[in-house]
Design a protein around this ligand. Structure first.
Ligand code: GLN
Length: 454
């Protein structure tokens, strides 16, 4: 049914870069056989899933939305893909994204735009717009995204889907094509909070192949989602982040946010305002730390090891010249912009002024979270300042594009988990997201509050 739906809507939505129909059908048939034979299977066995194209999949092309990886077929699976396969979930295909996950609209993909199913002239968010659009358009019931600064939560918000960025270290990064290693996390994109909890429990948990993986069991996520559905939040303390509202936030986004706060109060929660003064500097710190790490991570795309290789038009074919020609042609403008920015920020003489200062700001943001979580159990804000904007509207203005992540970036800098749940429609008839943030390793609280709001 999902493959049929893909055939029907893909020409308009373009959420997928690769369709894995044959293998998906074989996995589904195998699940049917096993179930008929009485075998006990995982609750998600046979439930199809779409995977963002930045996650490596054995035997399926993986491009990260870039021409530089065109034609590359990974010889191994990411840990999360191994776990998805072990649960016998059919993988429908790979979803479109901003090149190397850099962007907020999926317009930086080298393979064309993805369209928001709510209004095809608008962006589906980014960088994981393909995963969010696939779920919103009923092409897939579940999808995997990755979130370095908001790429799961912001697409979730603007497509009316649920998106979760787990605690840093809670889900293995082995087999993720790294953007900024200290910020990246993979997580679920789904239509319900319970679905997200089920999927999070499949992909999460310790992995010896990721040195930053937390060696502890996950808290009970499905249990928390079921508890939240009873809508009793008696005793829960909720902090509204003062810095994440006001100027720049659309009136309809603010209005839905305040209505949800009233609902949470009616469910027995105590809602107070909390100040996190250093959040004002989060965007600035992120756009130094992320490009610095990305410039280093992307150095491996040299025209020799993976995918595209371009030889110079004339002159000697040296390693350096092949590298320059390949990277010149293979990377898009946004990727080049960030490599240049990151290389500059890390260079001798500037390192302390830029990268060093950004790391200090990062610590101050972590301290803001620590102080806030001494007063409250969770923090809340709108997920994104506006609803989906028209395709092309911010393409020529990188700063305007970056400002979309103002509310999602602090969580990545501090490593804390966050969820975006659908929060009704703004005055323009487009979906709005409600963000919940919890202390590290307390991902269960996201599901408790998320399910209560659903
Ligand atoms: N939009 C943000 C950026 O461009 C976040 C990207 C992400 O989370 N992968 O960096």
């Amino acid at each position: 049914a999902h493959l049929d739906r893909m055939s029907a809507v893909e020409p308009a939505v373009h959420a997928f870069l690769y369709t894995n129909a044959e293998e998906a059908l074989a996995v589904a048939a195998d699940v049917d056989t096993r179930r008929a034979a009485g075998e006990e299977l995982h609750p998600l066995a046979g439930v199809p899933i779409a995977v963002k194209d930045v996650v490596v999949t054995r035997g399926m092309p993986t491009t990260a939305g870039s021409k530089i990886l065109e034609g590359w077929v990974p010889p191994y699976d990411a840990t999360i893909v191994e776990r998805i396969r072990a649960a016998r979930m059919p993988i429908l295909g790979k979803t479109n994204m901003d090149e190397f996950a850099m962007g907020s609209s999926t317009e930086h993909s080298a393979y064309g735009n993805t369209h928001n199913p709510w209004d095809l002239t608008r962006i589906p968010g980014g960088s994981g717009g393909g995963s969010a659009a696939a779920v919103a358009a009923y092409e897939a019931p579940l999808a995997i995204g990755t979130d370095t600064g908001g790429s799961i939560r912001q697409p979730g918000a603007v497509t009316g889907t649920v998106g979760v960025k787990p605690t840093y270290g809670g889900v293995s990064r082995y087999g993720l094509i790294a953007m900024a290693s200290s910020l990246d996390q993979a997580g679920p994109v789904t239509r319900t909070v319970l679905d997200a909890a089920l999927l999070h429990e499949v992909i999460g948990g310790h992995d010896a192949r990721d040195s930053t993986s937390i060696d502890e069991p996950l808290p009970g996520l499905v249990e928390a989602a079921r508890k939240g559905a009873a809508r009793d939040l008696t005793g829960l303390r909720i902090g509204v982040v003062k810095e994440l509202s006001g100027e720049g936030y659309q009136a309809g986004v603010e209005a839905r946010f305040h209505e949800s706060l009233e609902m949470l109060t009616a469910m027995g929660a105590t809602v107070v305002e909390v100040s996190c003064p250093n959040f004002d500097y989060a965007l600035g710190a992120y756009y130094l730390i992320m490009p610095s790490e990305a410039s280093s991570n992307l150095a491996k795309f040299d025209g020799m090891r993976f995918g595209l290789r371009v030889e110079p038009d004339e002159g000697p074919v040296t390693a350096e010249r092949v590298m320059a020609a390949t990277r010149g042609q293979g990377f898009g403008d946004e990727v080049k912009r960030r490599i240049i920015l990151g290389t500059y920020a890390l260079s001798a003489g500037y390192y302390d002024a830029y990268y060093g200062s950004a790391q200090k700001v990062r610590t101050l943001i972590q301290r803001d979270f620590d102080a806030a979580f001494e007063q409250v159990d969770v923090l809340v804000s709108p997920t994104a300042p506006t609803t989906a904007f028209p395709l092309g509207a911010k393409l020529d203005d990188p700063l305007a594009m970056y400002l979309n992540d103002i509310a999602t970036i602090p969580a990545n800098l501090a490593g804390v988990p966050g969820i975006s749940v659908p929060n009704g429609l703004s005055d323009d008839g487009l979906p709005v997201g409600f963000q919940v943030l919890a202390p590290a390793k307390a991902d269960d609280r996201l599901y408790l509050v998320g399910a209560a709001l659903e």
